[in-house]
Design a protein around this ligand. Structure first.
Ligand code: FAD
Length: 240
């Protein structure tokens, strides 16, 4: 039996035209516009794409299927890291694995990128348990950023205090903002006290001070690297 379909790019089949399909109006196909792209070590990129329908319907945990270039029929699934429904953009963090995302990284700012989304069922959080622990590694980082930032804006619902733990085998694709860096530990503690209260009741369940390797050589004046503390330290700071 033949199924009617339309072809909108070489080799790309869309199946039954959207206007003849029964659907829930929750997933959209739209011609997005690449607004910005930032490159980070380890072939990682953050792109911002104007895709207002996807941005308006997305929730933390949503992902989208993006075309990487017009000649490549297979879309790539990528999670949404941030959305701005008012400005109509979505932000995605990805790491190149093969030719599809490599092609996406070559697209010039202003290029048209077809966005199919948002897809997936978002995270369900429980306002009676506002101290959420969010854990994500590698490509699992973007949905955690989306969830943590959206919880921060939902303070009317609960006093959310998300703690995000992220792991990555390569350098983190984030840069510290100057406003986040203070000269002394005492300054950092002062900020924490202002943010979470002086009595300790509102503090997260864990606050850690991570140090680098000791260089004082204070045990028999022998310097041992790697015995205590990490050799390499990556600090990730979130504006809060
Ligand atoms: C729901 C979801 C969310 C994801 N979110 C992110 C993210 O936020 N950031 C990120 O860097 N990566 C994410 N990934 C992984 C990302 O989709 C793959 O790394 C990417 O498709 C690889 O494409 P490539 O062209 O670089 O490599 P390819 O060489 O084309 O593919 C490498 C591997 O990815 C698989 N793959 C390629 N396209 C698809 C597809 N359309 N559907 C299923 N598998 C496919 C291939 O089978 C192959 O095993 C996500 C994957 C899924 C399923």
């Amino acid at each position: 039996m033949s199924v009617p379909c339309t072809i909108d790019a070489p080799g790309r089949s869309r199946g039954t035209p959207p206007d003849q399909r029964a659907h829930r109006d929750s997933i959209f196909v739209e011609d997005g516009k690449l607004l910005a792209r930032q490159e980070y070590p380890g072939k990682q990129f953050v792109i911002r794409v104007h895709a207002p329908k996807c941005a308006a319907a997305a929730t933390p945990g949503s992902f989208a299927h993006l075309t990487c270039d017009p000649e490549r029929p297979m879309r790539r699934p990528l999670s949404l890291m941030r959305v701005d429904p008012r400005a109509g953009w979505i932000e995605i963090l990805y790491k190149i694995v093969g030719p599809g995302l490599e092609a996406l990284s070559q697209q010039p700012v202003g290029a048209t990128i077809s966005v199919l989304g948002p897809i997936g069922k978002g995270f369900v959080v429980n306002p009676s348990r506002p101290r959420t622990l969010l854990i994500g590694g590698g490509v699992g980082i973007p949905p955690m950023v989306f969830l943590a930032e959206s919880l921060k804006q939902r303070q009317a619902e609960a006093r959310w205090q998300p703690l995000v733990l992220m792991g990555s085998e390569i350098e983190f694709p984030f840069r510290a903002r100057p406003s986040q860096i203070v000269p002394h530990l005492a300054d950092a503690l002062r900020i924490l006290r202002t943010r979470h209260g002086a009595d300790g009741a509102g503090w997260p369940s864990m606050t850690a001070v991570v140090t680098g390797p000791s260089r004082t050589g204070d045990i028999e004046r022998i310097l041992v690297l790697g015995a205590h503390g990490p050799k390499r330290l990556t600090v990730l700071l979130l504006e809060g």
